[in-house]
Write a protein that binds this ligand. Structure first.
Ligand code: GTP
Ligand code: SPV
Ligand code: MN
Length: 598
């Protein structure tokens, strides 16, 4: 006997629910996890203030300088809990092949048994928070609701910034009668007792042992990508690891682009870019910086929404030159995780400014011998409303129409600055072939090239073979699909210096992309795709050698033949789930590369 008594519910004044499913699930979870209290989150300012007060007292949050950064707080996570842990992330499907070789698999029975054993009594002495949330504009047919149960007040205050959380979400859940169930506990933070499990057939998530980002804010990667990608396949849409950005030209026309880059490879930066000096009259609108849900509309175009309401962005590298829009939104009402602080308690990270850090991300007096002051995966959480470039379309229930889809990776070599796919199927192959150097966003080695198809390697909730077949199926649904491109901002010279200035100057590349979508923009054909013709990319006002541009905008057929061999080996590892059309497409690229050699 645990001496367990039914906790008192604080429903009543503001929050209550008539949804029997939700009540029964909350009750079932309470019986398993045995919290001292249950709190239904309404998302109000008062609730948020009380939680922050409580975390300041417990030391979970540290107040930052109230003059330079009003309402900003620092959270230092456990030093063993600073990034997503992909080796502890599981997709639990009845049939192993449905999860695919791209996921760690467990049977649902095994998954539940293992994770429930860890949840048994996990919330003793703690408060259990029930967080109803909506991913996407609250009145959008593309939006989907979930409920996260957690014992972490840090998760509650982050979910409030990242999602539409509280009463309106609960009202929608009651109207619709269904929701994604996400159960989370920080447990004892021991990596040995950490598991992030997904049950797509039950629309359920159970995550324990981590308080960090994508492991704990279940609306984000767990729901909006792993579970949603599964739902999207069943329902005929796409849930992707993509930013959404609107590009306004001097004539006042706005065109939208969605772009998939792996974690810490430039989505937030591209979504908020500020045009270079030479680009008077251009403006960039941020619709989303991490996740995109899209479907073909009645007009045949691809329509996209950002299911999130805030940004959980990489801090290091965010500076006045690189991403001024991001820097400006971080001087009030923001939560920082694992950044350093100056002696007057301003948040600090490498690349921010010339100030000197006093304490590092672990709270130790800063000493360069201990490595960077801010953790390389330190992050900020902030409401999207604080972004100066936030698009008014962010709340549009129908979303925005996409002109282009861009894939990309972080590659020192090989991949040119930009190339265009010949058609949709070739574009799907381009996406499926993406490789990128690993970053600090996940635990493990950094800088190792790995395949990261569509930037979804850690996030696709089902077999990649089926996923590519789903992508290919869109070719039959419409003849007005976006054009597909591939970019690489990260080419380096022999000294490890970036060849392309990146950041604001990436607009030059997006302009060529949009020109191509409009049937303009000069291009040359290569075996792997269309590249900008000489002079087609506007480099006015840019101090860059012609020889560097040549290097960025050419391909090395011999290196690409090796690449394509590696791509074939990778794709074939998906066996009979690999769609024939994708292999046919690959074969066409191989043939073109061979005839180049002949
Ligand atoms: P997640 O939030 O992990 O999904 O990452 P993200 O794709 O949004 O990456 P983000 O924009 O935060 O960029 C990650 C790192 O790449 C930061 O340190 C940036 O400064 C750096 N970066 C972004 N864009 C560029 C670029 O165009 N060139 C170079 N050299 N670095 C860039
Ligand atoms: C990523 O790793 O791609 C992120 C951060 O955007 S997390 O929320 O931790 O997934
Ligand atoms: Mn991401």
């Amino acid at each position: 006997m645990h001496g367990f008594t039914q906790p008192t519910f604080n429903i009543g004044s503001v929050m209550t629910t008539t949804n029997k499913l939700l009540l029964a699930w909350v009750d079932e979870v309470a019986r398993l996890t045995k919290p001292d209290r249950i709190h239904w989150c309404d998302g109000s300012d008062e609730e948020n203030a009380a939680l922050i007060e409580q975390m300041l007292e417990s030391g979970d949050l540290i107040k930052l300088n109230k003059d330079t950064h009003p309402n900003c707080f620092l959270h230092r996570s456990d030093p063993s809990d600073v990034a997503r842990t992909e080796h502890l992330t599981f997709v639990c499907t009845e049939n192993e092949a449905d999860a695919g070789p791209n996921n760690h698999w467990m049977s649902p029975a095994d998954g539940h048994a293992k994770v429930d054993a860890l949840f048994d009594g996990a919330m003793q002495g703690r408060t259990m928070y029930v967080i109803p949330y909506c991913m996407g504009p609250i009145d959008s047919p593309l939006a989907r609701c979930g409920v996260e149960i957690t014992d972490s007040p840090y998760v509650v205050v982050n979910m409030r910034l990242m999602t539409r959380m509280g009463q309106p979400a609960l009202a929608r859940i009651e109207r619709e009668g269904h929701f994604v169930k996400g159960l989370h506990s920080t447990g004892d933070l021991s990596p040995e007792r950490r598991m992030i499990t997904h049950f797509p057939e039950e629309l359920a998530i159970k995550s324990i042992g981590s308080g960090y980002g994508g492991n704990a804010l279940l609306g984000k990667k767990c729901h909006a990508l792993r579970i949603a990608s599964w739902q999207a396949r069943e329902e005929g849409w796409l849930a992707e690891h993509m930013l959404i950005v609107g590009i306004e030209n001097p004539q006042g026309e706005v065109h939208y682009i969605a772009a998939a880059f792996p974690s810490a490879c430039g989505k937030t930066n591209l979504a908020m870019l500020i045009p270079p000096e030479s680009h008077k009259g251009w403006k960039v609108w941020t619709v989303g910086d991490d996740i995109c849900w899209m479907r073909v509309g009645e007009d045949g175009r691809m329509w996209a929404i950002n299911p999130e309401a805030g940004f959980f962005g990489v801090a290091p590298g965010t500076g006045a030159k690189t991403n001024p829009n991001a820097l400006a939104m971080l001087d009030h009402d923001a939560i920082f995780t694992n950044v350093a602080v100056t002696d007057d308690m301003q948040p600090w990270w490498e690349g921010k400014d010339k100030q000197v850090p006093a304490f590092d991300w672990q709270g130790r007096p800063y000493d360069s011998k201990n490595g960077p002051a801010a953790h390389p995966n330190s992050r900020f959480t902030v409401s999207a409303k604080q972004c100066a470039s936030a698009s008014p379309e962010m709340d549009n229930p129908t979303g925005v129409p996409l002109s282009a889809i861009v894939f990309g990776g972080r590659r020192k070599e090989l991949a040119p600055l930009v190339m265009q796919a010949r058609d949709w199927n070739h574009g799907v192959l381009m996406g499926a072939s993406v490789a990128s150097e690993t970053t600090a966003a996940a635990t493990g080695a950094v800088g190792v090239v790995r395949r990261d198809p569509m930037a979804m390697k850690p996030f696709c909730g089902y077999n990649f073979g089926d996923y590519w077949a789903h992508w290919l199926s869109f070719a039959d649904r419409s003849d007005k699909l976006p054009q597909i491109f591939h970019v690489n901002w990260f080419r380096q010279d022999d000294d490890g210096k970036f060849l392309w200035p990146g950041f604001g100057d990436n607009l030059r590349v997006l302009r060529w992309v949009l020109d191509r979508c409009a049937g303009r923009g000069d291009a040359v054909e290569t075996p792997v795709g269309w590249l900008p013709a000489k002079g087609a990319l506007d480099t006015s006002g840019l101090n860059i050698d012609a020889s560097v541009m040549d290097e960025l905008l050419s391909i090395d057929p011999a290196a690409w033949r090796d690449e394509v061999t590696a791509v074939r080996e990778y794709l074939e590892s998906f066996g009979d789930r690999l769609p024939d059309d994708l292999l046919d497409e690959l074969q066409r690229v191989e043939k073109r590369l061979q005839s180049e050699a002949a």
